[in-house]
Design a protein around this ligand. Sequence first.
Ligand code: A3P
Length: 322
Amino acid sequence: MDLQNEVRTRMRVDDIPGHVKLRTAVRKAFFPVRWTLSVFWGAVSRAARGISLVTWCIHVGIDYYRLVYLDYTPEPDDIFVVSYPRSGTTWLQMILYQLTTDGNMDFVHIAEVCPWFERVALNKRDITRLPRPRVFKSHLPRLWIPKGTCRYIYVARDGRDVAVSMYHFYKSHFRYKGDFRRFFKLFMRGWVAWGSWFSHVAGWWKHRDDWNVLFLRYEDMVRNLESCVRKIIDFCGLEVPEERIPEILKRCSFQFMKEHEEKFDYALELMLERGCMPRSFIRKGRPGGWRELFPPEELERFNRQYEKRVKQLGLSFDAPGT
Ligand code: A3P
């Protein structure tokens, strides 16, 4: 961040009106009560109307992370990439990653360099170690996003396209078996992960003129990516050499991201959270690798059992040349 931008950021801290600070404090104080009531009411209404247990668990999980992170105070140079799911979040993550780093593609998954804010607790991530400025992805509605003097870049997408994209996503990643009509009913009632698209978008749109909010449309990004990228550079006060822009645009193109799809796929993010490392399953494919790892004591223990239970049957595993 350049000096001018830094001064501007500091000035804005004092600009937050007293009533906004008070309202935030009251919300925070009453959060546990509201959370308990909302979980209870959510459970009753969802059970009564037969929503799936999985969806209900997702809601409770989200509520839990809201509770955990409500008190997080963002640093002034933090950048939150926010959206309703399936609106171009990952695309924005990639744009911000390209703009704030040298853009190398050495990461296993984009969440490594641009974590999902609500899930850092799950990943046990130490966010203080991330390089600055830190870029977080979030699906939190305006009400729940941690407030601060950081920057928020919100991307909204036509709700009809969101519904279709989400339907396919539910089918491919959550084993959703219903047809689109059934899914659409859930979508319209806000009974999908992250609730109602209408309230989410409306909530953020009301803040589009806040000094630290940049409101983008997915459709504009498709139409003219370069202009959106330049808007982001200006808004965040980033210094990006002009000669890097063509490469950044190339890397943020649909084609490039599709070619590196696994680095953006939610399925891999879940696997990584569970501790699974991709590309480690078909490993070396050679006999005798045990020599590198077996300590003498363990080898002796193995051999004892082997002699007793297998070797005497005539089965041997001596590799040629050993
Ligand atoms: P579709 O399912 O309509 O293809 P999110 O990251 O918020 O989950 O959004 C996913 C949507 O953004 C998907 O929409 C995906 O194809 C689209 N998307 C991701 N990268 C893109 C890119 N570089 N250009 C255009 N759309 C992109």
